[in-house]
Design a protein around this ligand. Structure first.
Ligand SMILES: Cc1cc2nc3c(=O)[nH]c(=O)nc-3n(C[C@H](O)[C@H](O)[C@H](O)COP(=O)(O)O)c2cc1C
Length: 211
Protein backbone atom coordinates (compact mmCIF):
# COMPACT_ATOMS: atom_id res chain seq x y z
CA UNK A 1 0.00 0.00 0.00
CA UNK A 2 2.81 2.40 0.97
CA UNK A 3 4.60 1.64 -2.30
CA UNK A 4 1.41 2.39 -4.24
CA UNK A 5 0.93 5.74 -2.48
CA UNK A 6 4.57 6.60 -3.14
CA UNK A 7 4.19 5.68 -6.81
CA UNK A 8 1.04 7.78 -7.15
CA UNK A 9 2.82 10.72 -5.49
CA UNK A 10 5.75 10.28 -7.86
CA UNK A 11 3.36 10.13 -10.80
CA UNK A 12 1.68 13.32 -9.62
CA UNK A 13 5.05 15.05 -9.44
CA UNK A 14 5.90 13.74 -12.90
CA UNK A 15 2.51 14.92 -14.20
CA UNK A 16 3.08 18.41 -12.85
CA UNK A 17 6.67 18.68 -13.98
CA UNK A 18 6.70 16.57 -17.13
CA UNK A 19 8.02 18.09 -20.31
CA UNK A 20 7.65 15.80 -23.29
CA UNK A 21 8.92 18.43 -25.70
CA UNK A 22 6.42 18.48 -28.53
CA UNK A 23 3.78 20.58 -26.79
CA UNK A 24 6.12 23.22 -25.46
CA UNK A 25 5.62 25.77 -28.19
CA UNK A 26 1.95 26.04 -27.30
CA UNK A 27 2.60 26.15 -23.59
CA UNK A 28 5.24 28.83 -23.85
CA UNK A 29 2.96 31.30 -25.60
CA UNK A 30 2.28 32.77 -22.19
CA UNK A 31 4.28 31.86 -19.14
CA UNK A 32 1.13 31.85 -17.07
CA UNK A 33 -0.09 28.90 -19.19
CA UNK A 34 3.02 26.79 -18.80
CA UNK A 35 2.37 23.79 -16.61
CA UNK A 36 2.97 20.09 -16.76
CA UNK A 37 -0.66 19.11 -17.29
CA UNK A 38 -1.06 21.34 -20.34
CA UNK A 39 2.28 20.17 -21.72
CA UNK A 40 1.24 16.55 -21.33
CA UNK A 41 -2.11 17.14 -23.03
CA UNK A 42 -0.50 18.97 -25.94
CA UNK A 43 2.40 16.53 -26.34
CA UNK A 44 0.42 13.26 -26.26
CA UNK A 45 0.17 11.49 -29.59
CA UNK A 46 -1.28 8.17 -30.63
CA UNK A 47 1.56 5.66 -30.81
CA UNK A 48 1.41 2.84 -33.36
CA UNK A 49 4.96 1.48 -33.06
CA UNK A 50 6.23 0.13 -29.77
CA UNK A 51 9.45 -1.17 -28.30
CA UNK A 52 9.17 -4.66 -26.88
CA UNK A 53 10.23 -3.34 -23.44
CA UNK A 54 7.53 -4.41 -20.97
CA UNK A 55 5.73 -1.86 -18.80
CA UNK A 56 6.05 -2.75 -15.12
CA UNK A 57 2.95 -3.59 -13.13
CA UNK A 58 3.84 -0.80 -10.67
CA UNK A 59 3.69 1.72 -13.51
CA UNK A 60 0.51 0.13 -14.88
CA UNK A 61 -1.12 0.34 -11.45
CA UNK A 62 -0.40 4.08 -11.24
CA UNK A 63 -1.87 4.58 -14.72
CA UNK A 64 -4.96 2.51 -13.91
CA UNK A 65 -5.54 4.32 -10.59
CA UNK A 66 -5.44 7.58 -12.56
CA UNK A 67 -7.94 6.01 -14.97
CA UNK A 68 -10.50 5.11 -12.34
CA UNK A 69 -10.14 8.52 -10.71
CA UNK A 70 -11.74 10.09 -13.79
CA UNK A 71 -15.02 11.90 -13.32
CA UNK A 72 -17.91 9.52 -13.96
CA UNK A 73 -21.66 9.73 -13.79
CA UNK A 74 -22.95 9.55 -10.20
CA UNK A 75 -19.69 7.83 -9.33
CA UNK A 76 -21.25 4.62 -10.64
CA UNK A 77 -17.89 3.64 -12.17
CA UNK A 78 -19.86 1.99 -14.94
CA UNK A 79 -16.72 0.45 -16.44
CA UNK A 80 -14.60 -2.67 -16.07
CA UNK A 81 -11.01 -2.98 -17.27
CA UNK A 82 -9.04 -6.12 -18.10
CA UNK A 83 -5.28 -5.77 -18.49
CA UNK A 84 -3.43 -8.16 -20.78
CA UNK A 85 0.35 -7.83 -20.39
CA UNK A 86 1.22 -11.46 -21.06
CA UNK A 87 2.35 -11.86 -24.70
CA UNK A 88 1.10 -15.47 -24.84
CA UNK A 89 -2.41 -14.45 -23.72
CA UNK A 90 -2.44 -11.60 -26.22
CA UNK A 91 -1.36 -13.95 -29.01
CA UNK A 92 -4.18 -16.35 -28.06
CA UNK A 93 -6.71 -13.51 -28.30
CA UNK A 94 -5.34 -12.41 -31.68
CA UNK A 95 -5.42 -15.99 -33.00
CA UNK A 96 -9.07 -16.46 -32.00
CA UNK A 97 -9.95 -13.14 -33.65
CA UNK A 98 -8.08 -13.98 -36.85
CA UNK A 99 -9.89 -17.33 -37.12
CA UNK A 100 -13.22 -15.71 -36.30
CA UNK A 101 -12.85 -13.28 -39.20
CA UNK A 102 -11.97 -15.64 -42.07
CA UNK A 103 -12.73 -13.05 -44.76
CA UNK A 104 -9.98 -10.82 -43.44
CA UNK A 105 -6.22 -11.04 -43.80
CA UNK A 106 -5.10 -12.60 -40.46
CA UNK A 107 -2.14 -10.22 -40.22
CA UNK A 108 -4.56 -7.31 -40.65
CA UNK A 109 -6.82 -8.56 -37.87
CA UNK A 110 -3.89 -9.15 -35.53
CA UNK A 111 -2.39 -5.79 -36.54
CA UNK A 112 -5.42 -3.90 -35.23
CA UNK A 113 -3.76 -3.99 -31.80
CA UNK A 114 -0.71 -2.16 -33.19
CA UNK A 115 1.58 -4.61 -31.37
CA UNK A 116 1.31 -2.68 -28.12
CA UNK A 117 2.87 -4.81 -25.35
CA UNK A 118 0.02 -4.05 -22.95
CA UNK A 119 -3.63 -4.09 -23.93
CA UNK A 120 -6.51 -2.76 -21.87
CA UNK A 121 -9.94 -4.12 -22.73
CA UNK A 122 -12.61 -1.81 -21.35
CA UNK A 123 -16.27 -2.71 -20.98
CA UNK A 124 -19.24 -0.57 -20.00
CA UNK A 125 -22.54 -1.15 -18.27
CA UNK A 126 -25.05 -0.48 -21.08
CA UNK A 127 -27.90 -0.13 -18.58
CA UNK A 128 -26.39 3.24 -17.58
CA UNK A 129 -27.10 5.97 -20.12
CA UNK A 130 -23.74 7.71 -19.71
CA UNK A 131 -21.44 4.71 -19.40
CA UNK A 132 -19.78 5.34 -22.78
CA UNK A 133 -18.78 8.81 -21.55
CA UNK A 134 -17.44 7.28 -18.35
CA UNK A 135 -15.27 4.94 -20.42
CA UNK A 136 -14.08 7.84 -22.56
CA UNK A 137 -13.05 9.88 -19.54
CA UNK A 138 -11.31 6.92 -17.90
CA UNK A 139 -9.48 6.33 -21.17
CA UNK A 140 -8.25 9.89 -21.42
CA UNK A 141 -6.94 9.77 -17.85
CA UNK A 142 -5.16 6.53 -18.71
CA UNK A 143 -3.55 7.95 -21.83
CA UNK A 144 -2.49 11.26 -20.28
CA UNK A 145 -1.09 9.75 -17.08
CA UNK A 146 0.72 7.14 -19.20
CA UNK A 147 2.27 9.85 -21.38
CA UNK A 148 3.36 11.81 -18.32
CA UNK A 149 5.25 8.69 -17.20
CA UNK A 150 6.88 8.21 -20.59
CA UNK A 151 4.48 5.46 -21.68
CA UNK A 152 2.84 5.78 -25.09
CA UNK A 153 -0.73 4.76 -25.86
CA UNK A 154 -3.24 4.15 -28.61
CA UNK A 155 -7.00 4.22 -28.28
CA UNK A 156 -8.44 1.38 -30.39
CA UNK A 157 -11.96 1.00 -31.71
CA UNK A 158 -11.07 -1.49 -34.45
CA UNK A 159 -10.73 -4.57 -32.21
CA UNK A 160 -14.30 -4.00 -31.01
CA UNK A 161 -15.50 -4.21 -34.62
CA UNK A 162 -13.88 -7.63 -34.95
CA UNK A 163 -15.10 -8.96 -31.62
CA UNK A 164 -18.54 -7.45 -30.92
CA UNK A 165 -21.43 -9.51 -32.24
CA UNK A 166 -19.09 -12.18 -33.64
CA UNK A 167 -20.12 -15.52 -32.10
CA UNK A 168 -16.77 -17.05 -32.98
CA UNK A 169 -15.09 -14.47 -30.70
CA UNK A 170 -17.06 -15.65 -27.66
CA UNK A 171 -13.91 -17.37 -26.27
CA UNK A 172 -12.21 -13.94 -26.17
CA UNK A 173 -15.05 -12.53 -24.09
CA UNK A 174 -14.92 -15.63 -21.87
CA UNK A 175 -11.22 -14.96 -21.26
CA UNK A 176 -11.89 -11.32 -20.41
CA UNK A 177 -14.65 -12.39 -18.00
CA UNK A 178 -16.50 -9.11 -17.63
CA UNK A 179 -19.44 -8.99 -15.24
CA UNK A 180 -22.84 -10.11 -16.50
CA UNK A 181 -24.35 -7.54 -18.86
CA UNK A 182 -21.16 -5.56 -19.45
CA UNK A 183 -20.26 -4.83 -23.08
CA UNK A 184 -16.75 -4.56 -24.49
CA UNK A 185 -16.48 -0.94 -25.59
CA UNK A 186 -12.88 0.14 -26.24
CA UNK A 187 -9.27 -1.03 -26.15
CA UNK A 188 -6.20 0.97 -25.19
CA UNK A 189 -2.71 -0.18 -26.10
CA UNK A 190 0.18 0.90 -23.87
CA UNK A 191 3.94 0.63 -24.22
CA UNK A 192 7.17 2.49 -24.78
CA UNK A 193 7.05 4.42 -28.05
CA UNK A 194 9.27 3.48 -30.98
CA UNK A 195 8.15 6.46 -33.04
CA UNK A 196 7.51 10.16 -32.46
CA UNK A 197 4.60 11.14 -34.70
CA UNK A 198 3.82 14.75 -35.51
CA UNK A 199 0.69 16.28 -34.02
CA UNK A 200 -2.34 16.02 -36.30
CA UNK A 201 -4.03 19.34 -37.04
CA UNK A 202 -7.02 20.42 -34.95
CA UNK A 203 -9.72 22.86 -35.99
CA UNK A 204 -10.21 25.59 -33.42
CA UNK A 205 -13.05 26.81 -35.67
CA UNK A 206 -15.19 24.07 -34.09
CA UNK A 207 -15.15 26.15 -30.92
CA UNK A 208 -17.11 29.37 -30.77
CA UNK A 209 -17.64 31.85 -27.97
CA UNK A 210 -21.12 33.32 -27.70
CA UNK A 211 -21.02 37.11 -27.33
C1 LIG B 1 -12.73 6.15 -30.09
C2 LIG B 1 -11.41 6.08 -30.81
C3 LIG B 1 -11.11 4.97 -31.58
C4 LIG B 1 -9.88 4.89 -32.23
N1 LIG B 1 -9.58 3.75 -32.92
C5 LIG B 1 -8.38 3.63 -33.51
C6 LIG B 1 -8.03 2.41 -34.16
O1 LIG B 1 -8.79 1.44 -34.19
N2 LIG B 1 -6.80 2.33 -34.72
C7 LIG B 1 -5.91 3.37 -34.68
O2 LIG B 1 -4.81 3.24 -35.22
N3 LIG B 1 -6.21 4.53 -34.06
C8 LIG B 1 -7.41 4.69 -33.46
N4 LIG B 1 -7.73 5.84 -32.78
C9 LIG B 1 -6.73 6.93 -32.68
C10 LIG B 1 -7.10 8.15 -33.55
O3 LIG B 1 -6.88 7.84 -34.90
C11 LIG B 1 -6.24 9.36 -33.10
O4 LIG B 1 -6.52 9.67 -31.76
C12 LIG B 1 -6.48 10.59 -33.97
O5 LIG B 1 -6.09 10.36 -35.29
C13 LIG B 1 -5.76 11.83 -33.44
O6 LIG B 1 -4.35 11.60 -33.34
P1 LIG B 1 -3.57 11.81 -31.96
O7 LIG B 1 -4.20 10.87 -30.94
O8 LIG B 1 -2.15 11.47 -32.23
O9 LIG B 1 -3.77 13.24 -31.54
C14 LIG B 1 -8.94 5.94 -32.12
C15 LIG B 1 -9.25 7.04 -31.32
C16 LIG B 1 -10.45 7.11 -30.67
C17 LIG B 1 -10.72 8.30 -29.76
Amino acid sequence: MKTRILLIALAAVALLSSCCGQGQECCQQGNEQANGTIETIMARRSIRKYKSTPVSRDTLNVILECGINAPNGQNRQSWEVRVVDNPATMEQIKEIMAQANPDMNPAGVKGCFRDAPVMLFIARDPSYQFSAYDVGLLSENVMLSAWSLGVGSICLGMPIRFIAGNEACAPVLDMLAFSEGYELCLCIGLGYADEAPEAKPRDMGKVKFLD
